[in-house]
Design a protein around this ligand. Structure first.
Ligand SMILES: Cc1ncc(C[n+]2csc(CCOP(=O)(O)OP(=O)(O)O)c2C)c(N)n1
Ligand code: SF4
Length: 240
């Protein structure tokens, strides 16, 4: 059992937009850390993107990694301080575009860290550019007529790609668009941490998340769009 407000979370006013999935994910990570009683030895790494300020909410040791370098920083910390529990958060622009090489090689080495990969199908922070995960036909600031695979390529399925690597311990795709899936997401986050505690190697949880501001939808419309459209391209479940 946990108290109503996680010990691992700071009492700060959120900077996330109304209906954004980031806030839910931030709290789930804190609840998981509390429940596993690892707050004193956890180190979290914030990315670029809207989660850049995650350390304003995390009440444990944190640092920041520029432009996709979360896995490299996490790896360095974990190798120097192997008794710590080290995790990183990354958006799809951060992880699947500018940091693609980092995540592939980190996973391929089976580094004993956790990555929470927040897929909202756009660059939220920079006002909705196309991301590698943007759906075919999806309108964004840089694809005003919708993503066209002939010009823009196809949505990149990072979890499926990483699940092929032999050194990867665990990959699951979850979502936070409704309570049932929020509960599943927390379970997946806890499992990833547990894997690290048991020294099983690299774990990644891809979490489908809403971005009402850049999707140009209300929070309710965003939850429905995630459920009816985003999940079609990014089906939920354990990939490895
Ligand atoms: C072409 C390009 N390269 C690099 C950047 C720097 N940059 C700032 S925020 C960001 C990523 C934000 O998107 P995401 O990682 O999806 O996080 P979100 O804000 O959606 O949570 C990047 C790559 C940029 N804006 N444009
Ligand atoms: S821009 Fe999108 S991802 Fe960023 S805080 Fe707002 S809703 Fe969330």
């Amino acid at each position: 059992m946990i108290s109503w407000f996680p010990k691992s979370m700071k009492h700060n006013v959120t900077h996330y937009c109304a209906g954004c999935g980031h806030g839910i994910i931030t709290r789930l990570i804190c609840e998981a850390i509390d429940e596993l009683n690892i707050r004193e030895k956890t180190i979290g790494i914030a990315p670029i993107g809207c989660a850049v300020l995650a350390y304003n909410y995390w009440n444990f040791d944190t640092t920041e990694a520029a432009h996709g370098r979360v896995p490299a920083v996490a790896m360095g910390i974990k190798r120097v301080l192997p008794d710590r529990i080290v995790f990183g958060c990354q958006g799809d622009g951060d992880l699947a575009a500018i940091g693609l090489a980092e995540i592939i090689h980190c996973a391929n080495r089976g580094e004993n860290i956790c990555i929470f990969f927040i897929n909202n199908a756009v660059y939220g922070m920079t006002q909705g550019q196309m991301a590698p995960t943007t759906l075919i036909g999806q309108k964004t600031a840089t694809t005003p007529d919708g993503r066209n695979p002939e010009d823009d390529g196809y949505p990149l399925k990072i979890s499926e790609m990483l699940a092929l690597l032999p050194a990867v311990a665990y990959i699951e795709r979850t979502s936070v668009h409704n309570p049932q899936n929020v509960i599943k997401t927390k379970k997946a986050i806890k499992k990833a941490f547990q894997n690290q505690i048991e020294k099983k190697g690299f774990s990644l949880v891809e979490i489908l998340s809403t971005c009402p501001s850049c999707w140009d939808k209300t929070p309710v419309e965003s939850a429905l769009w995630l459920q009816n459209e985003l999940i079609k391209t990014f089906p939920l479940g354990v990939l490895k």
